[in-house]
Design a protein around this ligand. Sequence first.
Ligand SMILES: [Fe+2]
Length: 387
Amino acid sequence: MAYYFRLGQIPPKRHTQFRQPDGSLYKEELVSSKGFSGIYSNLYHIYNPNEVKSIGTPKPFSWEPAKAHGLNQTHLKTSGVDTTGEDYLSARRMLMMNNDVMMGICSPRQRKMDYYFKNADGDELIYIHDGEGVLYSQFGKLEVKKGDYVVIPRTTIYRFEFAEEGPLRLLVIESHGPIETVKRYRNEVGQLLEHSPYCERDIRPPHELHIEREKGDYLVQIKKQGFLHQYSYGHSPLDIVGWDGYLYPYALSIHDFEPITGRIHQPPPVHQTFQAWGFVICSFVPRLFDYHPLAIPAPYNHSNIDSDEVLYYAEGEFMSRKGIDRGSFTIHMGGLPHGPHPGTVEKSIGAKETHEYAVMLDTHRPLFITTDALEFVDKNYPMSWTE
Ligand SMILES: [Fe+2]
């Protein structure tokens, strides 16, 4: 949810006759969330969106929690993940999951998708760690680049075309509930408040329509309840001549997140960027450290008993951690305290600023690593606070 937006041609009044140049009607589609109570958009199709040509055999597409991993502070070293021969969906390695959220990485070798994808299970938040490209969706064209959070509401039909050159690495979050801006930063009509770390100008919706009129064979892979359902159509799902509403994909760059700092150490909620059901997403960005004369910039030990806390290390040196690579995840589980590594507290005193970037996922309910994550586990991490 961001703000009201419109692109292309729409009739002056919704649910009224809106005709194509040949006299036939455009096909209106309401895409609504939370039944009819949440945000929605109205889309105008050239072709009938229900006109299915054939349905193929569904492909299994799910992950299993590794429940035997137990209560362990966990470090996943994923920087060397293999990408050979894989595309946007088959390259997905979901590494953590509970009933509210899944989080993982995706580093596809194939840069251009030759099919369309619809996630019917949840909203997606794709953080572009490395790479750039274009998101083509029913809502139009959206250029994305390194550092962008790309919020893709469920039911959006899309495909990515990433640049062929350079590394490509995505952090993928799938949310059972809608991914939204932070409620306490919104006023009573939804506008982001003055003290919000970002505002509407930082939110980039699709900027122009991308209309595919040609008839042909178009495959849409639809993710629903553990399968990729194979739907073929005789026309492109990107046949939209106009739309308006509040539901659409958008990008927000981590570089446009303005940090909130203080005289003494600020708690994680100042870094909050998005909210959803059962978790929050926070951004750690370059910022000045605490400026009390006796301040300790390193965080204090904490037992966040009702949260499992995941940090994805994107860029820079993390002053409170040792042995962490770019692309590492740490999962600090509720039920155990955690804090800075030995020596890092004293070392942090007097430091003026940090250049780190990290994405944090804090869940309210216990999070499991998946069986896919086991190969990335750093077995020494649970004892890494002991010198
Ligand atoms: Fe923490």
